[in-house]
Design a binder for this molecule. Structure first.
Ligand SMILES: [Zn+2]
Ligand SMILES: [Zn+2]
Length: 327
């Protein structure tokens, strides 16, 4: 039987089509960071397209701040980089909506945590996939870590591996390190220390100093290579000299305690200082202890307090207790 449309049906169809045409596109409000449509924000009533200059606070409509001359794009980029997440949100959301991969990756964090926007696991994933597809490897690493951790998303080692692999193909040192750790731990794959070593080496070649620590560990325990403590120590020192804070701290520990190399407290202190400069809280605490006990340095309660305080400020919880007790 032939399908026939009556005039009424055709009018109805045309009407639907016309209605679809007038659906306005959504835009991101630069005051509250929410999506809106129409000429004013449905959440805060700010007119469409108004932006507040990050330097002087002036509200503008045109592309350049009328008060200080700052360009809109520069203002938004600066705002999006601000560490105060709620302050940064409108700019992050706006730039992400324009398809900017770095800001799509930032926006994922807001959806993941429900920060300033409703928590939304699906949107978290779609932001990261879009950013990854456009060639931004950190987005895939982030997505892989979500599947790996299984907190925001249901744990899925196969997908985690897949996204680490994609990111590694894009040259991400971090992704190579994670692939190595999957093979070392046997997470979702058959444990394979030699493959682990190869992936760690790739990460190290790409500039991940911490990866030398993982290689050192395999070497120390004879996994994927012959056990060789002297060689392992060389790898630890390599990681440290390349700027791995963790390795500086560990090498400091080795020289303080004579575990993998002959005890040499002066050297230990030197490495602890390097690690502390790189922000390592454990080394700051260790320096506090060294000054308290006079190990490798002349004992000084004042210096000990200074280092315990630094360690506490860097987030070392035991340092806070010791600092309070000593004071
Ligand atoms: Zn708004
Ligand atoms: Zn301005």
């Amino acid at each position: 039987m032939k399908k026939a449309f009556c005039l009424f049906c055709i009018l109805l169809l045309l009407g639907t089509a016309a209605q679809a045409d007038v659906v306005e596109d959504t835009w991101v409000c630069l005051k509250c960071g929410m999506e809106s449509s129409g000429n004013a924000c449905v959440t805060c009533n700010e007119p469409r397209g108004v932006w507040a200059c990050v330097d002087c606070g002036t509200r503008n409509l045109s592309g350049v701040c009328s008060n200080c001359g700052k360009e809109k794009k520069a203002s938004l980029t600066q705002q999006a980089e601000d560490s105060r997440m709620l302050f940064a949100l409108p700019a992050v959301h706006y730039l992400a909506a324009e398809g900017d991969a770095v800001n799509l990756t930032r926006l994922a964090r807001y959806y993941e945590k429900g920060l300033g926007l409703p928590q939304d696991a699906q949107k978290t994933v779609s932001c990261l996939r879009t950013a990854g597809e456009s060639g931004y490897a950190p987005a895939y690493v982030y997505l892989a870590r979500l599947y790996d951790a299984g907190i925001t998303l249901e744990q899925n080692y196969t997908l985690a591996f897949e996204y680490y692999r994609k990111a590694s193909e894009m040259g991400s040192a971090e992704a190579f390190w994670y692939l190595g750790s999957f093979y070392e731990e046997g997470t979702g794959v058959q444990r394979d220390y030699e493959l682990a070593r190869d992936y760690y080496l790739k990460a190290a070649e790409l500039g991940d100093a911490d990866a030398w620590m993982s290689i050192a560990y395999l070497c120390l325990h004879g996994k994927g290579m012959d056990a060789d403590p002297a060689k392992a120590m060389e790898y630890y020192e390599k990681a440290a000299s390349l700027g791995s804070a963790l390795a500086c701290d560990y090498v400091g520990y080795v020289y303080m305690n004579g575990t993998l190399a002959p005890q040499d407290p002066a050297k230990g202190i030197e490495w602890y200082r390097k690690a502390a400069e790189l922000g390592n809280a454990r080394s700051m605490y260790a320096l506090g202890y060294a000054y308290q006990s006079g190990q490798g340095v002349e004992a000084s309660l004042e210096e000990a307090l200074r280092w315990y305080e630094k360690a506490a400020l860097a987030g070392h919880s035991n340092a806070l207790l010791v600092w309070e007790a000593l004071r």
